[in-house]
Design a protein around this ligand. Sequence first.
Ligand code: ADP
Ligand code: ADP
Length: 222
Amino acid sequence: MIEFDHVHKRYPERGEALSDISFALAAGEMAFLTGHSGAGKSTLLRLIGLLERPSRGRVVVDGRDLGALPRRQIPLHRRQVGMIFQDHRLLADRSVFDNVALPLQVMGYGHREIGRRVRAALDHVGLLKRERATPVALSGGEQQRVGIARAVVARPPLLLADEPTGNLDPELSREIFELFERFQYVGVTLLIATHDLSLVARMPYRIMTLADGRLVNDSGGW
Ligand code: ADP
Ligand code: ADP
């Protein structure tokens, strides 16, 4: 599903944020990306979502060589990659329903189909009863679940999460990870950046560790 082939990312002001990264993540796999703040985790996820381009090397996602992707196919690519952020990035003045519906509206779905899909996604994250609430009325864990519902509502085969439990206590973090496991169970590929090693270490998943832009450890690479 994801292949990095000797990928480098250099920011002019900073130098190399990623150096010579190579790995493959198979379809249906769930893996964690760890490392200290500044190690390059967000940059790596942004390359997969095409929010950034590599300075050197090749990134292939679902058979598409992102470096060779025509500009007009970028929106299509982004739709196939669901992204979850630490700060949720919800619209504060819109209801839960409208926040989750947003990607489908952009894609031009009809009213009925949007209703059906949004409710399926909210049901999945256990928030069906909160569709009319605005994000401020929700707890931190609920807000993150809305962010997850929005990321999966268009049913992307790949989910990327950047510190999804960064603001949550251990109990709520565990719930979020269980949710990710349920998506993996239905065939979604997941790559989750987190420094929450206490949680991850107890789970039987692949862990890739970045240090200063290099992939220094990979528990499940092949
Ligand atoms: P992490 O997610 O592991 O904290 P990041 O990928 O955010 O790491 O950052 C890796 C390095 O790249 C850091 O030194 C950071 O300051 C730098 N960096 C990230 N984004 C940019 C940017 N847009 N411009 C310049 N430097 C950046
Ligand atoms: P249908 O299109 O069959 O009516 P739903 O939209 O109700 O289905 O979803 C059916 C199930 O498929 C859900 O439980 C959902 O978890 C699962 N599913 C399959 N692929 C994905 C995906 N990429 N993201 C989220 N859920 C998915």
